[in-house]
Write a protein that binds this ligand. Sequence first.
Ligand code: UD1
Length: 440
Amino acid sequence: MEKLRIYGGKSLKGRVKISGAKNAAVAILPAALLADDTCVISNLPYIDDITVLADILHEMGAHVELDREGTVRINALEMNEYKAHYDMVRRMRASYYLLGVLLSKFGKAEVSFPGGCAIGTRPIDQHIKGFEALGAQVNLEHGVIKVSADRLIGNEIYLDVVSVGATINIMLAAVKAEGTTTIVNAAKEPHVVDVANFLNTMGANIKGAGTDIIRVMGVETLSGCEYAIIPDQIEAGTYMIAAAATGGDVTVTDVIPKHMEALTAKLLEMGMEVLEGDDEIRVIAGQRPRKVNIKTQPYPGFPTDLQQPISALLCIADGVSVVTENVWEARYKHMDEISRMGGKAKIEDRVAIIEGVEKLSGAPVTATDLRAGAALIIAGLMAGGMTEISDVEHIDRGYEEIEYKLVALGADIERVDENGKARRLKLIQSSYGEKARAIL
Ligand code: UD1
């Protein structure tokens, strides 16, 4: 198990390129199995969730070539496997998208119940309700979800909760169904729109993605295509928060500023300067952040995946902030860790009351899930002394080259391998005048 060591107190400065969106990519990769030709998908983040998923699709018989630049070629013409076993999917929560895809492709699917981040109960009853409404039979046997249908027929499905996963999974299952499927109370997240755009590029007929009513008019075939994934809203937000946390001046590049509006509004409320360009955002932190209240909501509300990083930042805000987590229960495990660094928070069910302190002090802490890990990085960057974060594999699931990007911004950070050997990075100047990386 690797660790990250951060020597805090350095102001982050510079530009950081944001990778492709993890949560779009984990749906678009399996969706490519529906094409009757090769799909070439670019701007994938090179992170563990994607390499694991590429392995799963390969093991299931698809032809998958993933390169280090984040482009994948997928061809599933010869694939005939409709089962995804536990040892394949246990490392990946989003493997539930295989249910919708395989049901659409083969009329049947058997997928082990998903693993992934431990952030409270993660039911999939709305996914199942959607499959059943399309005419599928769904059974859970020995931890395996079995779905099958002779024919999938379009229907109207009202989601009882706004669910990203259910919205996407129903689109995937309905894309080749007979007739029209209407998803009411659909999720509006940017990655829902990205998946719909990808399917439409393959020849699907989906309208309304990005609003709360999505209509999927079934088509007979989907063809191969080329597609570039949108930038990762949560990665961008994490670096924007890191800028605010370190009194820094950071420009996140290759982003869609509109996707960041909820966070931008909160950073402005905290007293930060935020400058938006066409595809970049600069955050300049001139002062100690002011306290703010945050309520997480489905998009376009404040994203739950940035709740953990921003509540770390609020630990040093001037005043008492109230954070309400409306999407997930038990999403404050990072605050227990930050309290070991001097953070002061009272957690009551879904509410965290955070009393800002002047400074945190570095300590050994453990990442319990992906975004908790991001929160601990923020805490470590702003703390005095050394913070050592264990269970870094959670962070590697979702952040591409995080320590490279942070070092390039001026952070003092190193990775410690399972034998306790520390690897430091330093930036070198290449003959082209561009920054290259070297491992010391
Ligand atoms: C996705 C994101 C995750 C993010 C979450 C909310 C991916 C791979 N992950 O997760 O990072 O935190 O959206 O923005 O895209 N629910 C039900 N029944 C269901 C499905 C969900 O009750 O069948 C509830 C959940 O318990 C939760 C809420 O709905 O309270 C939102 O969940 P959902 O949007 O489905 O999250 P995921 O798609 O799993």
